[in-house]
Design a protein around this ligand. Structure first.
Ligand code: BES
Ligand code: MN
Ligand code: ZN
Length: 504
């Protein structure tokens, strides 16, 4: 989609002209202008409709007389005072969905919020951001009937008085959109295409040109270093396991100290999770190409930060493996020696994500001494049972970090809900023969998984674990901001967190 910002004209020269009304049916200035130019078509249509200006409502006038526009689309904003950045993104997405369903390829949005609290440049930028996220498709593997799926909004013009302010605000958001769409692409790719080495290649291709340092460790290097837990998960697969280390050093651009300790993001990158020898039943296995969504979110976040040249030092570490059964696969009952030195009794090979994260967490602390660590992982089915599809679970050893994540999530719409860490649960992962076992009991599975990870976090190191198994992808009804299976969850959240609190 081509997005541009331009000063309002008397009327657009083609495509849909999208204008707004607040709750109560109060037409915004552009809507009044459109009504006048069309000889009152809008106000006549209003009389015959149930449109009241509530958010999510639309009123459409096709081929309006007196205008070059293909249609007028009136969008309801709801109460002006409740239209914040997130709401604007949703409105941008809703309009885009509507236009694509109608089959329009060009549109001009001219949306003002009478007595609203968001500045016009920001309004324009957030509308564009929502439109961009909604216009995303993943159809590279379709070879026919494309027109059935392919109604696309190709050119979007946002009419706004302060073009310079809009462009400036959108530059930062476009970077976040780039990162989010990269994360979606990675999650949507099938696992025969996107195996660990291919993921690592794509991370390099996407990030090196932006100035991110990207290193890839293969199995030989990891073996030498002692990544016994991560390598254990990958040993049943024909595909080589990889660890990708991404560094963006953006601090110090304004005379600040360059060596500031980085913030660190760690991602679970199980490119396919068959369960291993503890094989998943067929219906639970489909969709497990998305078990690398944590790694995708970390990669997308690095892209967002680098693209907008965030003034922060950030490191992203992703552990990429494929969890497969086979003659070389780890067995239930095996004991692995992790990079931290702690031994792990594997009692279920399907609890593999925590094994991958254990070594990635140890590595990031040993090498970078980060300011904090946030890990993201599609870790447990239990988090879906607990929180469904609306919140990710967050576990943290640091109240401030948990609070900041919660607030960032309310701002972006990627909400998180805190669950407990507590020594009382830690008992559940005691092993009879090793330091820890990789499963707890039948209950509180997300908490015991988090307790397991905590064993690999140094005392005093601020850390938060996001269990994103319920939010990384969606079946059935699609969320307004995310039209594909993969949502790209986490990129907006982490970008917001960094922007609010950790930039010099
Ligand atoms: N990748 C799965 C978790 C998952 C399940 C993600 C459903 C998204 C949707 C994870 O590796 C897993 O298999 N977890 C097990 C843990 C159990 C064996 C302790 C689970 O949740 O059943
Ligand atoms: Mn598993
Ligand atoms: Zn998994």
């Amino acid at each position: 989609m081509q997005i541009s910002f331009a000063a309002p004209k008397a009327a657009p020269s083609g495509g849909s002209w999208v204008v707004a009304a607040a709750e109560g049916g109060v037409l915004a200035p552009a809507a009044l202008r459109a009504d006048k130019a069309s000889g009152g078509a809008l106000s006549r249509a209003l009389k015959f409709s149930r449109f009241t200006g509530k958010s999510g409502q639309f009123l459409e006038v096709a081929a309006p007389a007196g205008l070059a526009a293909s249609r007028l689309l009136l969008v309801g904003l709801g109460k002006p005072e409740s239209v914040d950045e997130k709401a604007l993104e949703q409105i941008g997405a809703q309009i885009t969905a509507r236009l694509q369903a109608l089959g329009d390829s060009a549109a001009t949005f001219e949306i003002e919020i009478p007595k609203g609290k968001v500045k016009s440049g920001e309004i324009a930028a957030h509308l564009a951001f929502g439109a961009r996220l909604r216009a995303y498709r993943f159809d590279k593997y379709r070879t026919k009937n494309l027109d059935e799926y392919e109604q696309r909004l190709v050119t979007l013009t946002i009419a706004v008085k302060d073009v310079a302010a809009a462009k400036k605000a959108y530059a930062g958001l476009a970077a976040v959109a780039d990162g989010t769409l990269l994360a979606r692409d990675l999650v949507n790719e099938p696992p025969n295409v996107l195996y660990p080495a291919e993921f690592a290649r794509r991370a390099k291709t996407a990030l090196i040109r932006l100035g991110v340092k990207v290193e890839v460790l293969g199995e030989a290097q990891m073996k030498k270093l002692g990544f016994g837990a991560l390598l254990g998960v990958g040993q049943g697969s024909a595909r080589e396991s990889q660890l990708v280390v991404m560094q963006w050093n953006g601090a110090g651009q304004k005379g600040k100290k360059k060596q500031a300790a980085p913030v660190a993001f760690v991602g679970k990158g199980v490119c396919f999770d068959s369960g291993g020898l503890s094989l998943k039943p067929g219906n639970a296995m489909a969709g497990m190409k998305g078990d690398m969504a944590g790694a995708a979110a970390v990669t997308g976040t690095m892209m967002a930060l680098a693209t907008r040249k965030a003034r922060v030092n950030a490191v992203g570490i992703i552990g990429l493996v494929e969890n497969m059964p086979g003659p070389d696969a780890i067995r239930p009952d095996d004991v692995l020696k992790s990079l931290s030195g702690q031994t792990i009794e594997v009692l279920n090979t399907d609890a593999e994500g925590r094994l991958v994260l254990a070594d990635a967490l140890t590595y990031v602390q040993q090498r970078f001494k980060p300011r904090f660590i946030i890990d993201l992982a599609t870790l447990t089915g239990a988090i879906v049972a607990a929180l469904g599809f609306e919140h990710a679970g967050v576990f943290a050893n640091d109240d401030r970090l948990a609070q900041r994540l919660t607030e960032a999530g309310l701002y972006t719409g990627e909400r998180v809900w805190r669950l407990p860490l507590d020594p009382a649960y830690d008992k559940m992962i005691r092993s009879k023969i090793a330091d820890v076992k990789n499963i707890g009991g039948a209950n509180s599975g997300s908490i015991t998984a988090a307790q397991f990870l905590k064993r690999f976090v140094e005392e005093g190191r601020p850390w938060a674990h996001l269990d994103i198994a319920g939010v990384a992808w969606q079946d059935g009804e699609r969320k307004v901001m995310a039209p594909s299976w993969a949502t790209g969850w986490g990129v907006r959240l982490l970008n917001r967190l960094v922007k609010e609190h950790y930039e010099a």
